[in-house]
Design a protein around this ligand. Structure first.
Ligand code: UGA
Length: 464
């Protein structure tokens, strides 16, 4: 039987949960403190760019099974299942900031009018759901009302969130009561029908599954990035290395794509929180700590690569004390989002790289299909361009930072005519090196040993 659900917090995870659970046939009320956001959601306008989400939003608003409100108390009292989907941002010490979650739990405690299942979807440190249970037990005890607490971590990827919501690899539910289990089975009946595997476990196990999964993926990326750096040094091609590694079923080919370092609202925050949790329990997370450090270095390495490319092209000595090949140069930066198909720039490698370019005295002309508005709030001094071709106009060098599809088929002849030096650093390896080199560019990617090959091919640096 479909349920009445309140989704508390309508950021990324909350919005997807509200539209997705309504699409499963449940009746959902999305709750947020931001009136402007609620008004826009009720009109069917998504505050975030996520492919497909507006279609689901409009369809479910029209069905009458979905609405949004700022009235948390009313939504809680009317609903049997309460999903907590507030943000848990990173604090300076690496731990997750639970202040939004604590506010929501307090509001729930004040409005426990009958039996409810409280489901945490926000990523929370291990132990948080037990704390919610205890806090509500104290509140519920005085009111004499029963409830259950469930941990249901989210595995959505930005840019593919609708697909991930409706076709997850697995659904993890930390649940310690048969009554709550029966309700959660109803909430997710649609997934059961398509045979999605369900992992039923205790609260702490569910919480740790989320952190372990994100930390493992982040480690996999840092691993392949380091291997890519070694491939450059020894003259190997990382794509062939990754492909052959991935053919081993125990390794799997996914998340072996080298790049400028991972970003986004999850991996950097969740790896830091896991290290913090390990330290708290005196179990050092050395592997994850190394993955974090390698990721920081990877972003720095992209700037170093650019400096080397420019030095080589312009005959300047990068090792010469005080030499700064980027000073006074104009860099066309293509891509600002932390990955394609999102306007999200949180922890995007582009933030550190653009900052580094500006500190080196370079000017930046940037383009991104979706993320320029967000980026311009942090870097107003950058020139934002409506197309990739505008960005390269009068630029000295091109730096590709996000793997948007539209950058895969750029007209290289046109770019070659616009830039003053035919240099491209492709930090996502999305261009075909043969094509770019054939057009007379000096070109480098990540982990392909290209510069070594170009040096061997010609002794004279390439100029436009
Ligand atoms: C990640 C996880 O993939 C989701 O399962 C999880 O639900 C989510 O975090 C979360 O905790 O909410 P997301 O941050 O949206 O999802 O993006 P990913 O697709 O995982 O990419 C993260 C970063 O890794 C991006 O900067 C991406 O460019 C980079 N990446 C990814 C690589 O550099 N190489 C790869 O092979 C894959």
């Amino acid at each position: 039987m479909a349920k009445n659900i309140a989704v508390l917090g309508n950021g990324y995870v909350g919005l997807l949960a509200a539209v997705g659970l309504a699409d499963f046939g449940n009746t959902c009320i999305g709750v947020d403190v931001n009136q402007q956001k609620i008004d826009s959601l009720n009109k069917g306008i998504s505050p975030i760019y996520e492919p497909g989400v507006e279609e689901y939003l409009r369809r479910n608003l029209a069905s009458g099974r979905l609405r949004f409100t700022t009235n948390a108390a009313e939504a809680i009292r009317m609903s049997q299942v309460l999903f907590i989907t507030v943000g848990t941002p990173q604090m300076d010490n690496g731990d997750a900031d639970l202040s939004f979650l604590k506010q929501v739990v307090e509001t729930i405690a004040q409005n426990l009018n009958e039996y409810k299942v409280v489901v945490t979807k926000s990523t929370v440190p291990v132990g948080t759901n037990r704390w919610i249970l205890e806090t509500l037990t104290n509140a519920g005890f005085t009111a004499g009302i029963d409830f259950d607490v469930v941990s249901n971590p989210e595995f959505l990827r930005e840019g593919r969130a609708t697909q991930d919501f409706f076709h997850p690899d697995r659904t993890v539910i930390g649940c310690e009561s048969p009554r709550a289990q029966a309700i959660m089975e109803d909430v997710y009946r649609a997934l059961n029908l398509i045979s999605v595997p369900f992992i039923w476990c205790d609260l702490e196990t569910a919480e740790l599954i989320k952190y372990a999964s994100n930390a493992f993926l982040a480690t996999k990326i840092s691993f392949i990035n380091e291997m890519a750096n070694l491939a450059e040094a020894v003259g190997a091609d990382i794509h062939q290395v990754a492909k052959a590694m991935g053919m081993d079923g125990r390794i799997n080919p996914k998340f072996l794509h080298p790049g400028p370092g991972y970003g986004g609202s999850c991996f950097p925050k969740d790896t830091a929180a896991l290290v913090h949790l390990g330290n708290k329990h005196r179990v050092p997370m050395r592997v994850v700590q190394s993955a974090i450090e390698a990721n920081i270095k990877q972003k720095e390495r992209m700037l170093d690569k650019l400096k080397l490319l420019v030095s080589w092209a312009l005959h300047t000595d990068v090792d010469h004390i005080g030499s700064n090949p980027l000073e006074g140069k104009t860099i066309a930066v293509l891509g600002l989002a932390f990955k394609q198909e999102t306007d999200d720039i949180r922890e995007s490698p582009a933030l550190d790289i653009v900052q580094g370019l500006l500190l080196s005295g370079a000017k930046v002309r940037a383009h991104d299909p979706k993320a320029m508005t967000n980026f311009s709030k942090i870097f107003p001094q950058v020139t934002y361009c409506t197309t990739a071709y505008d960005a390269v106009e009068e630029a000295d060098v091109v730096m590709l930072l996000t793997e948007w599809n539209e950058y895969r088929s750029l007209d290289l002849d046109r770019i070659g005519r616009s830039v003053s030096h035919k240099i491209i650093l492709d930090t996502r390896n999305i261009l075909d090196p043969d094509d770019v080199l054939e057009k007379g560019f000096l070109y480098d990617g990540v982990g392909r040993g290209l510069i070594g090959k170009q040096v061997r091919m010609t002794h004279s640096p390439i100029h436009a």
